[in-house]
Design a protein around this ligand. Structure first.
Ligand SMILES: [Zn+2]
Length: 129
């Protein structure tokens, strides 16, 4: 699978424009597979417009009830390193963004419940927890 073949599966000019912007950002470090956001005001760079969550889509922290912010983003380039072929029903995503508590509460817990948002290339996105 190549990034250009992914591009062919996009629908709509807005998504193509968004993808071009995404490519431009990623081209600065083309081998990156993960983007880490240190600043809680950071916004993920979504590859396509469709399937982006609105602020209301992001749940509140289950421990303190506070807002969650994006912590890191897994890029579709990782699929290349997994050796995933471009097949129907194969593993595929445009982006996976993981959100964590903005206040970093309950730091003593070894494992914490976070929220992952998966953006697919189709117009729909499915949230998983
Ligand atoms: Zn919290």
């Amino acid at each position: 699978m190549t990034l250009n073949s992914l591009m062919d599966s996009f629908q709509g000019d807005d998504d193509k424009k968004s993808w071009a912007h995404f490519q431009e950002r990623i081209a600065k470090a083309p081998e990156q597979v993960l983007r880490y956001y240190r600043n809680s005001n950071s916004k993920p760079t979504w590859p396509v417009l469709s399937g982006r969550p609105s602020k209301d889509d992001i749940p509140k922290c289950i421990y303190c009830g506070g807002s969650m912010c994006c912590e890191f983003q897994i890029l579709p380039q990782l699929l290349y390193y997994f050796g995933v072929e471009n097949e129907v029903n194969s593993l595929d995503w445009a982006s996976i963004v993981v959100y964590a508590c903005e206040a970093s509460c309950e730091a003593s817990l070894p494992y914490k419940h976070e929220y992952a948002r998966v953006q697919l290339y189709s117009p729909s996105a499915c949230p998983i927890v």
